[in-house]
Write a protein that binds this ligand. Structure first.
Ligand SMILES: Nc1ncnc2c1ncn2[C@@H]1O[C@H](COP(=O)(O)OP(=O)(O)OP(=O)(O)O)[C@@H](O)[C@H]1O
Ligand SMILES: [Mg+2]
Length: 254
């Protein structure tokens, strides 16, 4: 079963069709990149996947649950328990230290636990910066705090909207390596990016144009930069299997 299934998703703003009949299945452990020109609907799609916005029509299935049928209360719980969000703008609380920023996310989930928050910071290589305020951290370090915050509840799905958009190359590499590590550990990741290098690390790249899936590219060897354009179009989006060599590894890692 797909961890995420988008069934005929459209989003209309007045006259504008921000998303048009998007169909996509994402398997557990997959790493998907979403690319496309500005205004093509990437953020709109991420907001719908993250249950922060509702489609005008169509259905989102998260772990088999039809999201539109959930009450707003259980939707909040679903979002909190299953999804970790990383944004381009870091959205850290400026007067809280790194570890406290991670603990805020715990607060909404269960009980804040400093030890656990420290362990999450350690995972992103930042245990030495735990007591620093966001302003005392580099852009890359702030983004790593956000990733630690997104990971704290062990989400089934990590959504990142241009996570490296505000970073210089060195910090971008650190953040990409972190995503690689999370993916190797079995996380399911969907990342919006303008950067082909980031997309090359994903198993599949979804290219949006004018709110539609224009094409899907499969990376035969993710991380190598070798791309095999997939001639199949929108309707085939659900059919895309992960490369066989990953299947066994990933299940073993879970
Ligand atoms: N709340 C809204 N009300 C009206 N139109 C909106 C709203 N949100 C997005 N749009 C429009 O929907 C389209 C898709 O926007 P979206 O933010 O998803 O694009 P994007 O692909 O993320 O672009 P970028 O690369 O610049 O971030 C745009 O034309 C945008 O103006
Ligand atoms: Mg956007």
């Amino acid at each position: 079963m797909d961890l995420l299934k988008l069934q005929d998703i459209s989003k209309i703003y007045g006259e504008l069709e921000a998303l048009r009949h998007v169909n996509l299945g994402v398997k557990k452990g997959e790493w998907i990149a979403i690319m496309g020109p500005s205004g093509s609907g990437k953020t709109t799609l991420m907001n719908i996947i993250g249950c922060m916005d509702k489609p005008s029509s169509g259905e989102v299935f998260l772990d088999g649950i039809a999201v539109s049928r959930e009450s707003s209360r259980s939707l909040t719980a679903l979002r909190r328990d299953k999804i970790g969000l990383v944004f381009q703008q870091f959205h850290l609380v400026p007067y809280l230290s790194a570890v406290e920023n991670v603990m805020v996310a715990q607060y909404y989930h269960s009980m804040p636990d400093e030890k656990e928050a420290m362990a999450a910071l350690d995972r992103v290589g930042l245990s030495g910066r735990a007591k620093h305020l966001p302003a005392q951290l580099s852009g890359g370090e702030q983004q790593r705090v956000c990733i630690a915050r997104a990971l704290i509840n062990y989400p089934a799905l990590i959504l990142a909207d241009e996570p490296t958009g505000n970073l210089d190359e060195a910090n971008e590499n650190i953040v990409i390596n972190l995503f690689k590590q999370l993916h190797a550990d079995g996380s399911t990741i969907i990342v919006v990016t303008h950067d082909p290098e980031v997309a090359m690390d994903a198993e599949r790249t979804i290219i949006l144009e004018h709110g539609r899936i224009a094409r899907i590219e499969s990376n035969s060897v993710p991380g190598s930069g070798a791309q095999t354009p997939d001639s199949s179009h929108n309707k085939e989006a659900e059919a895309g299997e992960r490369p066989a060599r990953f299947t066994g590894e990933k299940e073993a890692a879970l």
